[in-house]
Design a binder for this molecule. Structure first.
Ligand SMILES: *Cc1c(COP(=O)(O)O)cnc(C)c1O
Length: 376
C-alpha cells in the first residue's frame, strides 16, 4: 500500500510554527515604537510576569533564557547541590538530566507509567534513597503526572518537586494549572513550543524563599539569564490565546485518535479525561512491532520515513536514559517501560493541530498508509 503512487497528504510539507498572528506583529511594532525593545528593563517583562502569575495563580515568576536553564534555576532555588540525588523519569527531555548534573547533583532514574509516558508516581516512594532531595517530573506528549498524589508522597518524605510543564502550558490537573503543583514549576518559550519567543523560559513558585534564591543566583551582578523585553512583548498576546488554542488542539487530537483507533500498530498516549485538560505539544504513539528493541527501532525508522514522505511532522521520541551507566545515574527502579518508550515512541509535532479542518483526516490517512511499513 505504501508503495502505490499517490499525492502526499501535505504536498508542501508540514505547516510552519509559529503561525501568522497580527497581535504578535502589533506587539513587535509597539515595542519598536516605545523603544522598549532596546531596554534592559521595560514594561513588557513586568507585564508578562504579572500575566503569568495571574494565569497560573502563583505568587512568583522568574523569566529566564530557556526551559533548560529554568529547570536548573528551579533546582538551585530548592537548594539542590553537590552530594544530593534527584529522581527523574528514565524517559524524559535530555536537558533535565544535564540540569541535575549542572548543579552538581546526581540523577537517579525511575520508570515511566506505560499508559501516560510520564514518571510513575506509584514507584516514587520505593525509589527514594537517603541522598534523595528532589524529583523532577515532566508532563510529556499529552500525558499528565497525577500531581496531587505525587505531592502527597513527596511531602511525606521531605522531597522537593520540580514540575516541568514545558510541553503542557495551560493544562489543567485537578483544578490547577500544570506547573503550579510543584515547589517550583517550569515553562519553556523555545522556538517549537506552544508559547514561543524563539527562546526563553520561566520558573513559577509560591515560595518567596525559592524565588529569592533564584534571584540571587541569576543576578550575578547583572541579570545573567534574562528574557528580553522583545521576547516578553511577543509572548503576551500568545498567552491570551493559549486556552482557546489548547481547546482546539484537544478537539483535533481526539478526532485524530478516533480516526486511527483501528490501526493496531499504533497505540496512543492515554491522555487525561475531563475535568483534567491535557495540552498537546506532541501527540505520541508507541508502535507495536516484534518485541526486540532492535526490530522496533528498525520498524520505527521505516514508519517515520514513510510518514515524513507524506509531509507530516512525525519523529522518533526521546532517547531516554535507561542505557546510561549506573556510574552516572542510579537506576532506582527497573526501567523496562522507559526502554520501550525510547525504542518505540513516535511523536506528531503540534502545528498541524491548528491547521484547517481537513488536516486530521489527512494526517490519519498518512499515518495509516505508513503503518504498513511497520509490519514489513
Ligand atoms: C522543551 C523542553 C524543555 C526545555 O526546553 P528549552 O528548549 O531549553 O526551552 C524542558 N523539558 C521538556 C519536557 C521540554 O519539552
Amino acid at each position: 500500500m505504501s508503495n502505490e503512487p499517490h499525492e502526499p497528504a501535505f504536498p508542501d510539507g508540514p505547516p510552519t510554527w509559529p503561525v501568522a498572528d497580527e497581535d504578535v506583529r502589533a506587539a513587535l511594532e509597539a515595542a519598536y515604537a516605545d523603544g522598549s525593545w532596546g531596554r534592559y528593563r521595560g514594561p513588557n517583562c513586568e507585564r508578562l510576569i504579572g500575566a503569568l502569575a495571574e494565569y497560573h495563580r502563583v505568587e512568583h515568576v522568574t523569566l529566564c533564557c530557556s526551559g533548560t536553564i529554568a529547570v536548573e534555576l528551579a533546582l538551585r532555588g530548592l537548594k539542590i547541590g553537590a552530594d544530593d540525588e534527584v529522581l527523574l523519569a528514565g524517559y524524559d527531555f535530555p536537558g533535565n538530566f544535564r540540569a541535575i548534573e549542572a548543579v552538581g547533583a546526581r540523577p537517579a532514574l525511575v520508570d515511566i507509567d506505560p499508559a501516560t509516558w510520564c514518571f510513575d508516581v506509584e514507584r516514587l516512594e520505593a525509589a527514594i534513597a537517603s541522598e534523595t532531595r528532589a524529583v523532577i517530573v515532566s508532563h510529556l506528549h499529552g500525558g499528565l503526572v497525577p500531581m496531587r498524589r505525587l505531592m502527597e508522597i513527596a511531602a511525606g518524605r521531605g522531597i522537593a518537586v520540580v514540575e516541568d510543564a514545558c510541553q503542557a502550558p495551560g493544562a489543567m490537573i485537578d483544578g490547577r494549572r500544570a506547573g503550579t503543583w510543584g515547589d517550583a514549576g517550569v515553562l519553556s518559550f523555545g522556538g517549537s513550543k506552544l508559547l514561543t519567543a524563539g527562546r526563553g523560559g520561566a520558573v513559577l513558585t509560591r515560595s518567596a524563599e525559592v524565588h529569592q534564591r533564584i534571584k540571587v543566583f541569576a543576578e550575578r551582578g547583572n541579570d545573567a539569564f534574562a528574557l528580553s523585553e522583545l521576547q516578553a512583548a511577543v509572548l503576551l498576546p500568545q498567552l491570551a490565546k493559549l486556552d482557546a488554542r489548547n481547546a482546539t488542539r484537544r478537539e483535533r487530537v481526539s478526532r485524530l485518535l478516533t480516526l486511527l483507533s483501528d490501526v493496531a500498530e499504533l497505540s496512543p498516549v492515554r491522555f487525561a479525561a475531563p475535568p483534567d485538560e491535557p495540552a498537546f505539544y506532541k501527540v505520541a504513539w508507541r508502535i507495536a512491532a516484534s518485541t526486540g528493541h532492535e526490530a522496533m527501532h528498525a520498524a520505527r525508522e521505516r514508519f517515520v520515513a514513510a510518514v515524513q514522505r507524506e509531509g507530516v511532522a512525525v519523529d522518533a521520541g526521546f532517547r531516554g536514559f535507561a542505557t546510561r551507566s549506573e556510574q552516572r545515574c542510579r537506576h532506582a527502579t527497573t526501567l523496562e517501560h522507559s526502554e520501550r518508550a525510547a525504542a518505540a515512541t513516535v511523536v506528531l509535532h503540534h502545528p498541524v493541530l491548528l491547521d484547517d479542518a481537513t488536516a486530521m483526516e489527512r494526517v490519519a490517512r498518512a499515518m495509516r498508509i505508513a503503518s504498513g511499513a511497520i509490519r514489513t
